[in-house]
Design a protein around this ligand. Structure first.
Ligand code: AMP
Ligand code: ZN
Length: 465
């Protein structure tokens, strides 16, 4: 039974979807004014593992990941770059999609862009005005009146001060992070906005940030959905505002499960675009870290725990992945042997599933996988694993990888040159040319590969330094 930590209610809860075999999930997507950084991808990878786990359990997942292509930071980017909004945001959206693919993040069903949903956004603002939750400010902007929505603060714990009227914030990112305030649904045009505006029934202006997620979630997924995800920093004000806008408009619960991932840190500080300590995924790849190693590192901590980006942590992820890739290759080369499936295969799958069911405990799932790999190596070394068992083990690892997405089942086990040396040595042994087979064994050893002869033929493994 899958249990998830619901930020709404702050507790572990059994997961019960609205529909029997389908889960509807909304994921706050990137703000496309720059390349996404590795902290952003921590959150996107967590959301992907969640999606994969649900699919692994047999649910059809309908996931919407929006593209925020108009908000304060983007307008700043437009001013700085001198490029039109659309050119800037399309460029970074394409880069984001490439990075998602490289990190083996499954595609969502929809990637709606805010600027293509002005109609839905305006309709929602109209409803909120009609129902008395929104009002116009003297400059023509439209604000949500938080005091009218009695549950405001239920998600994040921020409190409305009943003694003083709520202030008003026009910027998308509040400076004061603890106080509830009326927030902009629609921002009247300001000379700083330059060419970024729409002429609408509300006058010349642009939408506030949070309204897009309410409008697009309801358009694609319906008024009440199963899961909504994002990083911790989105809880307040963004998600609190989404709840207020959506529930005020429909009178229905907006989201059943809210899941938030913790920050990725660098040297004890949150990685944040505004702190200037960002490292993009692309920069890490350029330094020589493989995309799947980076993914392995990102899931090395549970999503609700902080994770520190260090060379050592990346190095550990690399070595764990290499061990697993090697086991895959060794399993493929097992031949003959007993026609039984070892008990550890079932035991591993049980341990793996219960770790993942425990609110996506990826470190425990990885520990179970590494332990299983070790057992498999011992069995291969001792000749106690036969073809049938190896196939069952490969199948179990592939089931686990459906969720983790860190292994490459297509990868050549060894580079072709080394594979050829192993083959030549096998042939030399078969024709009993022992001096040649010994010479080839030494040559392989100098390349870091040990070959061993077993009753079923040659097995190899890498020597570890
Ligand atoms: P943004 O493009 O800034 O809207 O962020 C995209 C996603 O990344 C959101 O879910 C954020 O909460 C998340 N995020 C931003 N910084 C970090 C970080 N350092 N660690 C984890 N998630 C982050
Ligand atoms: Zn959002």
């Amino acid at each position: 039974m899958l249990r998830l930590y619901n930020s709404l209610g702050r507790s572990l809860q059994p997961f019960k979807p609205i529909r029997e075999r389908e889960v509807r999930m909304y994921t706050c997507g990137p703000t496309v004014w720059n390349y996404a950084h590795i902290g952003n991808f921590r959150t996107f990878v967590f959301e992907d593992v969640l999606r994969r786990l649900l699919e692994h359990k047999g649910f059809r997942v309908v996931q919407v990941k929006n593209i925020t292509d108009v908000e304060d930071k983007i307008i700043k980017g437009v001013k700085q770059s001198g490029k039109p909004l659309e050119e800037l945001t399309k460029f970074y959206t394409a880069a984001f999609m490439e990075d998602l693919d490289a990190l083996n993040i499954e595609r969502a069903e929809e990637y709606p862009r805010a600027t293509e949903h002005l109609k839905e956004i305006l309709a929602l603002i109209r409803t909120l005005r009609e129902k008395g939750f929104a009002y116009s400010a003297p400059d023509g902007s439209v604000y949500f009146a938080v005091s009218k929505f009695k549950d405001y603060g239920a998600l994040s714990g921020v409190k409305l001060d009943s003694l003083k009227p709520a202030g008003r914030v026009s910027s998308d990112h509040y400076e004061e992070k603890t106080e509830a305030a009326d927030f902009a649904l629609w921002k009247a045009w300001d000379p700083d906005d330059g060419d970024v505006f729409w002429e609408t029934e509300l006058g010349k202006g642009r939408p506030g940030w949070s309204i897009e997620c309410s409008a697009m979630s309801m358009k694609y997924l319906g008024e009440t959905i199963d899961i909504h995800t994002g990083g911790m920093d989105l809880k307040f004000p963004h998600h609190e505002n989404e709840i207020a806008q959506s529930e005020a408009a429909t009178g229905k619960k907006f989201v059943n499960y809210w899941l938030h991932s913790e920050f990725l840190m660098v040297k004890g500080e949150e990685m944040h675009k505004s702190s200037g300590n960002i490292i993009t995924f692309r920069e890490l790849v350029a330094k020589g870290w493989e995309p799947l190693t980076i993914r392995m590192f990102l899931i090395s901590a549970r999503y609700r725990d902080l994770v520190d980006l260090t060379e050592a942590a990346l190095g550990q992820a690399r070595s764990q992945r290499a061990k697993l890739q090697e086991v895959l290759a060794r399993l493929r080369s097992v031949s003959g042997g007993p026609a039984s499936v070892p008990q550890s295969v079932g035991a591993f799958l049980d341990a793996f599933e219960s770790a993942m069911d425990d609110d996506l405990n990826t470190p425990a799932a990885i520990t179970a996988t590494m332990g299983f790999a070790k057992e498999l190596n011992t069995m291969i070394d001792g000749g106690t694993l036969g073809r049938k068992g190896a196939d069952a083990a490969l199948d179990a690892l592939s089931r686990a990888n459906e969720v983790l997405g860190v292994l490459d089942f297509e990868e050549e086990p060894l580079d072709p040159r080394l594979a050829k040396l192993i083959r030549l040595r096998d042939e030399a042994r078969e024709r009993k040319d022992f001096p040649e087979s010994d010479r080839l064994r030494k040559e392989l050893l100098s390349e870091g590969v040990v070959v061993e002869d077993t009753p079923r033929g040659t097995v190899w493994k890498r020597v570890r330094g």
